[in-house]
Design a protein. Sequence first.
Length: 211
Amino acid sequence: MTIYWGLFLPGLLLLFFPADRLLSSVVQLRSFDCFQSLEDSARHRPWWWVPLLWIDPLRGLAGTLLLKQALDLNSPYWDSIPLPGYCLLLGLLVPAIWCQTYTRREDQVMLAPLGFVFGIVGALTSWPVALLGLIMALTGLFAFRQFHAFFAMGLAAVALVGFVMEINPHWLVPAVIVVGLPIMISIITGRTLEVPTRDASGGKRAKADSV
């Protein structure tokens, strides 16, 4: 199996660098139900002003594309894809996503890698599949007010859209599994899914986090 290390190592860094390390001291972790406690204030940045929320999709996309290139997995035909490299890629995606859910900030809480998983989906399938899957996932999130619903609806949408667009099964199936992994990890660890937010009010809790 040929590995182009100049692409492989940067891909690993992008996928395995813990998201928790990219969070500032003023960031809080919140469940969906806790969003109603956020206050609006023109003096402070809004709750979504967290760079990680916008960087994560790019990390997932770029890291996976680099690994595919490094392992020579860009052929659309299954017969032309080296099986050892394919298995290595899939084997790396599982711990990579698990790594992104880890946080030391609160007990019994894990980060919900919302954008990260859809960045990976885009690299495995195509950007229309990832975009439509993300839209449906957000619809499920606001309909059911649970981050589990985000991933469940995203999983179903990626499977359906990928099937309609005739995405190769050897990439579609892993993409579907990737979207469902955060739910499985949450169930296995018994931890709740939360997202990083900035306290727009600049209240006491944000100040306490910066200590």
